[in-house]
Ligand binder design. Structure first.
Ligand SMILES: *[C@@H]1O[C@H](CO)[C@@H](O)[C@H](O)[C@H]1NC(C)=O
Ligand SMILES: *[C@@H]1O[C@H](CO)[C@@H](O)[C@H](O)[C@H]1NC(C)=O
Ligand SMILES: *[C@@H]1O[C@H](CO)[C@@H](O)[C@H](O)[C@H]1NC(C)=O
Length: 159
């Protein structure tokens, strides 16, 4: 079976400035600086942010499961402002998911406002159907809100 969850986050920053963060490794600096206790800490294993870049995310202490995930950046489209990362080891893959892809798409609203569309797409065996209850957009929404606040206030949000 496969499924999809998505969330839209409106931020008071231009699509261009939001993409400067999401489309590059700057997003990792924001995670490591402001969200280590929420999302974890991210290390680049290989690459410079382009397609093929390998990341290792160490989840915050106390997170159930294997405690980490290895991700590969599988799409960076600077024109459409779309980025995709796929879990290749650990995380949801260790739980039994055969495919777990996160997509970020930045849509321009006007010159000072944009929408971050965060989508998680997954596949897993029908026998593991009850695991779909653990998939949600909470963390990617927190990331979107944090990037928005970082760009508008240049101060860390209260996490
Ligand atoms: C990824 O992170 C986990 C947890 O911190 C660690 O055990 C593992 O060795 C790391 N993998 C690589 C390839 O660095
Ligand atoms: C852009 O959109 C936001 C949110 O809808 C609005 O608050 C703002 O006034 C708009 N700015 C311009 C320049 O139209
Ligand atoms: C899914 O079902 C299995 C077996 O029935 C159970 O052990 C597991 O805790 C369930 N997982 C969730 C997330 O509900």
């Amino acid at each position: 079976m496969h499924g999809l969850v998505a969330a839209n986050t409106v931020v008071a920053a231009s699509a261009c400035s939001v993409w400067d963060v999401y489309g590059t490794l700057q997003v990792l600096t924001i995670i490591n600086t402001f969200l280590p206790n929420v999302l974890g800490t991210v290390k680049v294993l290989e690459g410079d942010g382009h397609v093929g870049t390998l990341l290792n995310v160490t989840f915050p202490p106390g997170t159930p499961g294997v405690g980490y995930m290895k991700e590969m950046i599988t799409k960076v489209d600077n024109k459409k402002r779309v980025k995709e990362t796929e879990t290749i080891e650990g995380g949801f893959v260790a739980l039994g998911f055969s495919r777990y892809i996160t997509q970020y798409k930045i849509i321009e609203k006007n010159s000072t406002s944009s929408i971050i569309i965060s989508t998680i797409e997954y596949e897993l065996d029908d026998k593991l159907a009850n695991l779909t209850s653990v998939v949600n957009t909470e963390l990617v929404e927190t990331l979107a809100e944090t990037v928005g606040k970082y760009l508008t206030e240049k101060t860390p949000p209260p996490y």
